[in-house]
Design a protein around this ligand. Structure first.
Ligand SMILES: C[S@@+](CC[C@H](N)C(=O)[O-])C[C@H]1O[C@@H](n2cnc3c(N)ncnc32)[C@H](O)[C@@H]1O
Length: 263
């Protein structure tokens, strides 16, 4: 999972930078000094926000200590360790002990929570007056095969997408939720942007690795939901993936900014 997150951030960096620019525009003249990153993972969003807001520090919260370990290592490599505070906490248990934030960021993490609206209400209470919440959400994994690919391969990719959607409906019921509605329910005024992400062939090496990491994970996650013929076809696809120059990336992300009155 952590390598998929790092590759996603590397390959889609320009989209992340576009979103942080939009957040800066929405924050206006209001200084952003303290950022709270909920479900930080390996810190892709945290590091992008530190690039965008040079005077800020980040409190990076995650339930998974392995993610935080990786984030701390990366912060040291980037010389940002004095601007990042990792905090291990399960947001489904209790709100962590964190100081007031000017910006709260939650990327691809709210759909993991048992009760996102309850956490969003805690976010409201933690934001400084006039502070903003920025959420990035997705409804599925990217597609990598071009229209010109073998129809049988395209059908296999469509089938894995369909099976993943079924698995998510069982395990991650909030994925693909109406986030605007949930943010409004928690008391935020919402502005939304849909990012249609398209990276054309030939992908850079990290893009090809990203495709290999995603298809590899799909094989592990779907396990016996795939027939043995489908598993073999997926293995063949994976075996030839790194030799291909026709892969693309097609996906959609939704970015939302939740604001509240300044007083
Ligand atoms: C899909 S990853 C997204 C990571 C990162 N925000 C990004 O966009 O690259 C979701 C992250 O949320 C964390 N997470 C899931 N449930 C959580 C919970 N209840 N409390 C805190 N973190 C949680 C996971 O450990 C994981 O690191």
């Amino acid at each position: 999972m952590s390598s998929v997150l790092d590759l996603d951030a590397e390959v889609l960096r320009s989209y992340l930078d576009e979103v942080t620019a939009w957040i800066a525009q929405q924050a206006g003249d209001r200084p952003v000094r303290h950022i709270l990153d909920l479900g930080t993972g390996t810190g892709a969003g945290a590091f992008a926000l530190l690039r965008r807001f040079p005077a800020a520090t980040v409190t990076a919260v995650d339930a998974d200590p392995a993610m935080l370990h990786r984030l701390a290592g990366r912060a040291r490599e980037l010389g940002l360790h004095d601007r990042v505070r990792p905090v291990a906490a399960d947001l489904d248990d209790a709100w962590p002990d964190v100081e007031q934030a000017d910006l709260v960021w939650a990327s691809a993490s709210l759909h993991h929570l048992a009760e996102p609206v309850r956490v969003l209400e805690s976010v409201r209470a933690t934001l400084a007056p006039g502070g903003v919440l920025a959420v990035m959400e997705l409804s599925g994994m990217p597609w990598f095969l071009p229209e010109s690919a073998d129809p049988a391969e395209r059908a296999l990719e469509a089938r894995t997408q369909e099976l993943q959607a079924q698995a998510r409906a069982e395990h991650l019921p909030h994925m693909g939720a109406n986030w605007r509605h949930l943010l409004e329910k928690a008391g935020f005024t919402v502005t939304e942007r849909v990012l249609d992400i398209a990276v054309d062939a030939p992908l850079p090496p990290a893009g090809v690795e990203y495709a290999a990491a995603v298809f590899g994970r799909v094989g592990e996650q779907l396990g016996d939901r795939l027939t043995s013929d489908e598993r073999q076809a997926l293995e063949r696809l994976l075996a030839g993936l790194r030799q291909r120059d026709d892969l693309v990336i097609r996906t959609t992300r939704t970015a939302l900014i939740g604001s509240q009155p300044a007083s």
